[in-house]
Design a protein around this ligand. Structure first.
Ligand SMILES: [Zn+2]
Length: 411
């Protein structure tokens, strides 16, 4: 049962019927799904959710699609891992890692694509498309294959091989563009005006973006229906920052959380593409577009669509934004791997390095319960660490050679 009233403009509040629309025709503001929260409150309960599937579809009451018609690869309900060794390394108290590398195509983008393509089928689309920095390409190609849709994914031509191969293998069309993600995105907005396709992050965006809320839902449920004090979220378009914040609020609105959440939300960016972090540090509302130059390609959006809203979330919740260098990103990837056994892509390195920086600055405190969102798997961006990670030694297959290379006591 879908408890949706329609679409609503985030700027002027005008309402629209449910349709593949994304911009308000009066003020050009972004459209968002509007829910009937009273109806959801009457329908949802902690017990009903606990009895649901071990995927994001356990929160179907809070999503804008019919779960029984969903494109379902088993996305979501990923592990929330207590990270005591990481916390100790950073001088923090309680840190948890939401490990979204464990989704079907190994990134959180499976969440948004599950919702977008389920809705695309409802609307009767035959072709799925997207502009992507890599992870979205993987997720769209896989879900389109599963749903029997044709697909066109558009990517910058300089993407990591690990993301191109893991998209092309699903058999759709992969179009590499000689340009930045922002160029790719602009082309897709033009194509969306010409072809009747479901562009997941253009005309399906209001529905697509709702998938990110499930990261907040799962976090609260996995903490025993409590909220963290502080979350650290990687920011590309800024949408994930706003939707995780919205997710915690909705849980309270529909009666699943007893107290109004007071979650401080901090955003993580790479120094080589940090328009939101820069505006935060400048104390400005003006997000100046940049030309990305960072190894964190999945976060390399120079003109972030939801940047202003993400900035507002960080400021209004008492969070912060920080930007970290490519060297710090690689250190962050290795720190997470070596303390917790979780291999994250470069975006995860950005998140861990930001956690480290905000902890050192005293913004994140040792008395806070912190959740960090690890959104993609390290196998997607092997290039970032491959020059630093190889065999400890290469030896002949003899005891003697081993003893020569390793001075370890026999036990
Ligand atoms: Zn409007």
């Amino acid at each position: 049962m879908v408890h949706v009233q329609g679409l609503r403009c985030r700027e002027c509040g005008r309402e629209y019927d449910i349709a593949p629309l994304y911009t308000c025709e009066w003020c050009f503001g972004p459209l968002e799904v509007a829910y009937d929260y009273d109806a959801i409150r009457n329908s949802v309960s902690r017990e009903k959710i606990a009895a649901g599937p071990l995927s994001l579809w356990r929160y179907a009451d809070l999503l804008p699609v019919e779960a029984d018609a969903a494109v379902n690869l088993g996305t979501g309900f990923t592990p929330l891992v207590k990270a005591d060794r990481l916390a100790a390394a950073l001088g923090l108290g309680e840190v948890w890692v939401k490990n979204d590398t464990r989704n079907p195509t190994n990134s959180f983008k499976d969440r948004v694509v599950s919702i977008a393509l389920s809705k695309a089928l409802e609307f009767g689309f035959k072709v799925a498309a997207c502009a992507s920095t890599g992870n979205l390409a993987n997720a769209v190609a896989a879900h389109a294959a599963h749903a029997g849709l044709r697909s066109y994914v558009f990517i910058p031509a300089n993407l990591e091989q690990g993301k191109v191969v893991t998209t092309a293998v699903y058999g759709g069309n992969v179009v590499a563009i000689n340009g930045t993600y922002d160029d790719v995105n602009r082309l897709c907005a033009e194509l969306a005006g010409v072809y009747e396709w479901a562009f997941v992050n253009v005309n399906m965006r209001p529905f697509y973006a709702e998938g990110s809320k499930t990261l907040a839902f799962e976090t609260a449920e996995q903490l025993g229906w409590q909220t963290p004090d502080h979350v650290v979220v990687p920011a590309a378009s800024g949408s994930l920052v706003t939707k995780i914040h919205k997710g915690f609020d909705e849980l309270h609105k529909v009666g699943l959380l007893d107290d109004p959440p007071r979650v401080r939300v901090s955003g993580a960016q790479a120094l080589g593409c940090s328009p939101i972090a820069q505006a935060f540090l400048d104390g400005s509302d003006n997000i100046r577009p940049v030309k990305p130059d960072t190894i964190a390609k999945s976060l390399a959006i120079g003109n972030p669509a939801d940047g202003y809203f993400a900035l507002d979330v960080a400021r209004s919740t008492g969070g912060a934004f920080a930007a970290v260098s490519d060297g710090e990103i690689v250190e962050g990837m290795r720190l997470l791997a070596q303390t917790e056994g979780i291999f994250a892509e470069t975006a995860g390195g950005v998140t861990i390095a930001t956690l480290k920086q905000l902890a050192a600055d005293g913004v994140i405190r040792p008395d806070e319960r912190v959740v960090v969102y690890i959104t993609g798997h390290g196998l997607k961006t092997l290039e970032a660490v491959s020059s630093q990670c190889g065999p400890t030694a290469t030896i002949a297959p003899t005891l003697e050679a081993f003893h020569e290379a390793f001075d370890v006591e026999e036990s």
